[in-house]
Design a binder for this molecule. Structure first.
Ligand code: NDP
Length: 291
């Protein structure tokens, strides 16, 4: 039985945001340029509205400019594309984020493909995905980046470790696997068609749940001492009424088996916005250097 450490993503993200704010101030003092993040929200999805509000608040706290475009749910795709092109051309905007999901009548891939890859702070443009895959400098998706920062903080070098990523989405699983490969891990990507998933997970020194199924990954699937990162955010009913958030890992079962684990909430979640700010600063620096 090991003692399982809690990986405090909230505290780590707070520290990271502080370091970014210091760097933003130094960058602005040196160049006269204030990094700017533009967020486009189409429609009234309540969860998206909360994310956008938090992003705006933390962008301002980091000393950057926050530009918000809130469009009604019935906005035509052409109007969204035209706005993205305007933001591409705006020299005060260094990062562009179009909040997903978009309403069903808008083709999300067409919108993402229109964002200038140099301002694509979500890292979802195929140019950035391709650059990451071939090992070139890229803007990297924020949640995977946050996971790797937490892992390196816990473990130092990740070289040679067995990493198992459960989930192969374009926004989490695949880019995370690429980042872990870049850190010299031996990487397995598991998904809904993987055979003997429990056995695959038990190989992992680093086990990552990015599935979206409440507590699907059981305690007995975890190798004793493994570092466990839970990306999942699932809202479930509480026995006495109301709801609560749980991850993809059975958190209570992992106690005494995992070496360390991120909680939900308070683990990976807060890292996502911190990494968005980091990407915006990175984009601003590269755009100024290229000008
Ligand atoms: P997707 O639904 O796009 O992908 C889920 C992945 O899980 C798919 O690859 C799917 O496999 C796999 N999967 C589904 N069921 C099983 C199963 N029974 N066994 C093994 N694999 C399975 O989800 P996302 O990647 O967008 O998100 C994953 C989770 O992370 C969600 O809970 C989401 O809310 C959360 N999230 C959290 C963020 C944060 O900031 N903390 C940010 C983004 C997401 P297949 O491809 O075969 O269908």
């Amino acid at each position: 039985m090991v003692e399982t450490r809690l990986i405090d993503g909230k505290a780590f993200a707070e520290g990271l945001r502080g370091r970014i704010a210091t760097e933003v101030a130094a960058f602005e003092a040196a160049t006269g340029v204030k990094p700017g993040l533009a967020v486009v929200l189409v429609g009234e999805d309540p969860a998206s509205a909360v994310y956008v509000r938090n992003k705006g608040k933390q962008t301002l706290e980091a000393g950057m400019a926050s530009i918000e475009h809130k469009l009604p749910a019935d906005t035509a795709q052409d109007v969204v594309l035209a706005l993205v092109r305007t933001l591409n051309a705006d020299p005060t905007v260094h990062g562009i984020l179009v909040q997903l999901p978009l309403p069903a009548h808008i083709d999300a891939q067409a919108v993402l493909a229109t964002i200038d890859p140099a301002k694509d702070v979500d890292g979802f443009h195929v140019v950035n995905a391709g650059r990451l895959a071939v090992g070139l400098e890229a803007l990297v998706p924020c949640t995977p980046l946050g996971c790797v920062l937490l892992l390196k903080d816990q473990l130092g070098s990740l070289a040679g470790l067995e990493a198992v990523v459960v989930g192969r989405s374009n926004i989490v699983g695949k880019p995370l696997a690429q980042l872990l490969l870049r850190e010299d891990c031996t990487v397995t990507i598991a998904h809904s068609r993987t055979r003997d998933l429990a056995d695959v997970c038990r190989r992992a020194d680093i086990l990552i749940g990015a599935v979206g199924r409440p507590e699907m990954i059981r305690g007995v699937w975890i190798k004793p001492g493994a570092t466990v990162i839970d990306v999942g955010i699932n809202r479930v009913e509480k026995p006495g009424g109301g709801t609560r958030l749980v991850g993809d890992i059975a958190f209570d079962e992992a106690q005494g088996i995992a070496g360390a684990i991120t909680p939900v909430p308070g683990g990976v979640g807060p890292m996502t916005i911190a990494c968005l700010l980091q990407n915006t600063l990175t984009a601003a620096k590269r755009l100024v250097d290229a000008a």
